[in-house]
Design a protein around this ligand. Structure first.
Ligand SMILES: *[C@@H]1O[C@H](CO)[C@@H](O)[C@H](O)[C@H]1NC(C)=O
Ligand SMILES: *[C@@H]1O[C@H](CO)[C@@H](O)[C@H](O)[C@H]1NC(C)=O
Ligand SMILES: *[C@@H]1O[C@H](CO)[C@@H](O)[C@H](O)[C@H]1NC(C)=O
Ligand SMILES: *[C@@H]1O[C@H](CO)[C@@H](O)[C@H](O)[C@H]1NC(C)=O
Ligand SMILES: *[C@@H]1O[C@H](CO)[C@@H](O)[C@H](O)[C@H]1NC(C)=O
Ligand SMILES: *[C@@H]1O[C@H](CO)[C@@H](O)[C@H](O)[C@H]1NC(C)=O
Ligand SMILES: *[C@@H]1O[C@H](CO)[C@@H](O)[C@H](O)[C@H]1NC(C)=O
Ligand SMILES: *[C@@H]1O[C@H](CO)[C@@H](O)[C@H](O)[C@H]1NC(C)=O
Ligand SMILES: *[C@@H]1O[C@H](CO)[C@@H](O)[C@H](O)[C@H]1NC(C)=O
Ligand SMILES: *[C@@H]1O[C@H](CO)[C@@H](O)[C@H](O)[C@H]1NC(C)=O
Ligand SMILES: *[C@@H]1O[C@H](CO)[C@@H](O)[C@H](O)[C@H]1NC(C)=O
Ligand SMILES: *[C@@H]1O[C@H](CO)[C@@H](O)[C@H](O)[C@H]1NC(C)=O
Length: 467
């Protein structure tokens, strides 16, 4: 009797509250414990020098409705976000699938949480509450490659485009749900035409203060994350994976690239991909990356930098701590274009940029089947080293420390385990390689060295350094 009375009350509340397309409840859902609590992942063990702003609790909830027939749910998502902006919590219901077929500009966000629910909360009918917790809410992007090429947000840098752009201030995204980039159509199209623009799955553009946590990202057409023009953002516990099911491999699937961003933490990620696990692009400052498991990647990379003639690229105060790196081309990597224009491939060319790479630390990395444990190059994209040395980079590399690495490289460059080549000793200084216990499969620990002052006192070089 008591139970059915409660149910009746709940139904009454529900039908009143869940009438609009972006089903809204004041705190009907959160007071009943139906929406996910904000995760509480502490930043650690390292933190950048600056503080992170606090985020006040949210006071209303908006549940996004799905059409459930494979048609575009973008308008429902936008409505819920608009309803709950400035103090609310948008919920993507657990077990529900949402389709996004429209480029969403979400750069107006302020004091808002976007999360998935703990339970299925598409009401009515009320009996659908409490379906088993093993079903994940999924947001899938359509594979209409013509639409996205015309409408994805252009992000200036390296012809990057994003499915959506999320920005503003004090925004939290969490809940254990999945973002699915539906990448297969893109992998196959890219194999036929390298000039197509493949969208990045998650665009964090102009976000100041926020946390992106507990998410699964799958099958991105290109990079999984791009954070640009942002500050004070923490990314915790993100799982990345997605392979091509055809013979065309998923290319350029970086885990995250940072650009024009300051005071960022990236921690506790598990990345299975085929390009950089993390990459610091121009003007990435005060960034901590820690407790990462990277598999199949191109390593944790600074750069590439100096790609654009006359532009100034700065990457400084980076701390990379405790990374497990398997089946990768590199562990720690710094790639800078030389002073002369060069072509790495049809869609990737550059050189002649200015700037500096300064105060970068890679501390503690466990490597397994990695081609080069450490790679520093200032001749990126230029295979002719004579030409690279004739036109040294205008982008200096200084105060770089790489320490506490252990493990075994792959057979690829055996007997070499690393490559440390600058374009001139005048533009590279204070490179410190310490306590590296890395061997090739044949038991050697040799490096290719060039133009780095003092390097031959720190590692065993196969070639004599000019410095
Ligand atoms: C970042 O801000 C600059 C300056 O306002 C703007 O030109 C650029 O388009 C923004 N976005 C990116 C990705 O750089
Ligand atoms: C952008 O794409 C065009 C062709 O679509 C290509 O010529 C250019 O090199 C690309 N730019 C960069 C920086 O990759
Ligand atoms: C990380 O996120 C997943 C969901 O994507 C969740 O199941 C898991 O509990 C989270 N881990 C921690 C330590 O919170
Ligand atoms: C596009 O996505 C839909 C839904 O996931 C799928 O059924 C279809 O096969 C995909 N098309 C291509 C060309 O990959
Ligand atoms: C290093 O990272 C791994 C994987 O994320 C984690 O399990 C471990 O606790 C971390 N170790 C330290 C010392 O933080
Ligand atoms: C790890 O990377 C290797 C090489 O890319 C791949 O074969 C393997 O499937 C990956 N493991 C997982 C769990 O994705
Ligand atoms: C990076 O910062 C430098 C120095 O502040 C500035 O000159 C340059 O334009 C910035 N570059 C980008 C891509 O924002
Ligand atoms: C160097 O970077 C570290 C973070 O890795 C930071 O704590 C330190 O203050 C930086 N040093 C300078 C001189 O900026
Ligand atoms: C490399 O560049 C030098 C200097 O310009 C040139 O003499 C040489 O022929 C080039 N080598 C190759 C293989 O192109
Ligand atoms: C960049 O480097 C080249 C070759 O080393 C040099 O000729 C040129 O003057 C430099 N440009 C600037 C703006 O420093
Ligand atoms: C750069 O490294 C050198 C040599 O280790 C050191 O003397 C100098 O203080 C460092 N500069 C900064 C700003 O940390
Ligand atoms: C260089 O090689 C020698 C002889 O094999 C070895 O004793 C030494 O530890 C190596 N140095 C480094 C820094 O690995």
């Amino acid at each position: 009797m008591r139970v059915s009375l409660l149910l009746a009350v709940a139904l009454l509340e529900a039908s009143a509250v869940f009438a609009t397309p972006s089903v809204r409840g004041t705190d009907f859902l959160s007071s009943r414990g139906l929406v996910s609590k904000r995760p509480n992942h502490p930043i650690g063990p390292h933190r950048p020098g600056k503080a992170f702003p606090s985020s006040p609790p949210r006071t209303k909830t908006c549940v996004v409705k799905s059409h459930r027939d494979g048609t575009d749910d973008s308008q429902n998502i936008l409505n819920a976000i608009k309803d709950c902006n400035n103090g609310g919590h948008v919920v993507f219901s657990h077990g529900e699938k949402y389709i996004i077929g429209t480029a969403l500009d979400l750069t107006f966000l302020k004091n808002i949480d976007l999360g998935t629910s703990l339970h299925f909360v598409h009401i009515p009918p009320i009996y659908e509450l409490n379906i088993p917790a093993d079903i994940q809410g999924t947001i899938q992007f359509t594979n209409d490659t013509a639409y996205w090429q015309a409408h994805a947000f252009r992000q200036v840098f390296q012809n990057a485009t994003t499915f959506f752009q999320l920005g503003g201030s004090d925004v939290n995204v969490y809940g254990g749900g999945t973002l699915d980039g539906n990448g297969q159509a893109w992998y196959d199209l890219y194999a036929r035409d390298i000039y197509i623009l493949r969208p990045i799955l998650f665009g964090t553009i102009g976000l100041h203060g926020g946390r992106i946590e507990d998410l699964n990202m799958r099958y991105s057409p290109q990079w999984y994350n791009f954070i640009a023009n942002s500050s004070d953002v923490v990314f915790s516990n993100i799982s990345i994976s997605g392979y091509s099911k055809s013979k065309n491999t998923a290319k350029n699937t970086d885990g995250i690239d940072t650009y024009r961003s300051d005071n960022i933490v990236i921690q506790d990620w598990h990345v299975d991909n085929g390009d950089d696990c993390v990459s610091f692009k121009p003007n990435s400052t005060n960034i901590v990356v820690q407790n990462m498991i990277c598999n199949g990647s191109h390593g944790i990379s600074v750069g590439s930098l100096g790609q654009y003639l006359g532009e100034v690229d700065i990457v400084k105060n980076i701390y990379v701590y405790n990374v497990s790196m398997s089946n990768a081309s590199d562990g720690a990597r710094i790639k800078v274009w030389p002073g002369i224009s060069s072509a790495l491939s049809g869609d990737l060319q550059g050189g002649g940029g200015l700037g500096s790479v300064f105060n970068i630390t890679y501390d503690t990395m466990k490597i397994s089947n990695v081609d080069y444990a450490i790679e520093i190059t200032q001749c990126y994209g230029q295979k002719n080293l004579t030409l690279c040395n004739q036109f040294p980079s205008n982008l200096t590399i200084s105060n770089v420390t790489v320490r506490n690495f252990k493990g075994t490289t792959s057979k690829k460059y055996d007997p070499l385990v690393g490559y440390l080549v600058c374009s001139s000793p005048m533009v590279c200084s204070n490179i410190n390689i310490e306590n590296i216990n890395v061997k090739s499969p044949s038991g050697t620990s040799l490096y290719t060295c060039g133009s780095i002052p003092g390097i031959e006192r720190q590692v065993n070089c196969t070639t004599k350094s000019d410095g």
